[in-house]
Write a protein that binds this ligand. Structure first.
Ligand SMILES: N[C@@H](CCC(=O)N[C@@H](CS)C(=O)NCC(=O)O)C(=O)O
Length: 223
């Protein structure tokens, strides 16, 4: 018997679920993963009745109930401390950029939604999304220069909680292909190549066509 359940949304679309799932897998929690497919128009009733905030990801683990992706990262880091950098200053930076991700970048999230099965190259480039992308690129570059030590991920050789928080942004960059720097492209390739990220992408293939959401499959008008 497992130690609990992680509830997530469609792997194809649910960017917040990807963050929680990565943290849970990085910490090697022994939990069942249950996908609750989105219904549209939302909110999805099965999700609304499940978790305290009416959203996924939602983790039940050995009596703990944890919602909000960043809180799930922190919970998992109590079990696997390596999810955050060991150094205090680096850890403060990792928490800050993860909190900024959790709280912000709304224009990017709205204009370039996550759809792991579509190529929306060149679309979604609203002024707000481009401003968010510039901030993301600056933040990744600064983090890797200060703390990356030449490794492929934000804080070096290991893929951690901060990388998990930004993995869905990487997925957006790969799917919508905004113009980005060579450093950003290299980081995106490293994240996409991580075995857990690859496993999540592979999991989208098994999702039935009935789970497709027309709104998320339809490209926005080009500008
Ligand atoms: N701040 C939340 C956001 C979670 C969120 O927005 N989840 C979406 C899926 S990505 C959801 O549950 N939506 C319910 C629905 O679409 O019915 C977190 O960090 O976990």
């Amino acid at each position: 018997m497992s130690d609990g359940v992680l509830y997530i949304g469609n792997k194809r679309y649910s960017s917040w679920s990807l963050r929680g799932w990565l943290a849970v897998r990085l910490a090697r929690l022994d939990v069942d993963v249950r996908v609750v497919p989105f219904e549209r128009p939302g909110p999805t009733k099965a999700i609304a009745g499940l978790s305290p905030n009416g959203l996924v990801p939602f983790l039940e683990h050995n009596g703990a109930r944890v919602w909000e992706s960043l809180a799930i990262c922190d919970y998992c880091a109590e079990i696997e401390p390596g999810l955050w950098p060991a150094d205090r200053v680096a850890r403060a930076h990792a928490r800050s950029i993860s909190a900024e991700m959790h709280a912000g970048f709304r224009e990017l999230l709205m204009a370039m939604w996550m759809n792991l099965g579509r190529d929306f190259s060149g679309l979604g480039r609203t002024p707000g999304a481009l401003a968010d992308i510039a901030r993301v690129e600056a933040l990744w570059a600064e983090t890797r220069v200060r703390f990356g030590g030449g490794g492929p991920f934000l804080f070096g050789a290991a893929f951690g909680a901060a990388d998990a928080m930004f993995a869905p942004v990487v997925a957006r960059f790969l799917g919508w292909k905004p113009v980005v720097s060579a450093e950003t492209a290299a980081y995106c390739a490293a994240v996409r190549g991580h075995p857990l990220v690859a496993e999540w992408y592979d999991g989208t293939v098994a999702e039935p066509v009935e789970w497709l959401v027309e709104d998320y499959e339809t490209a926005p008008p080009s500008r």
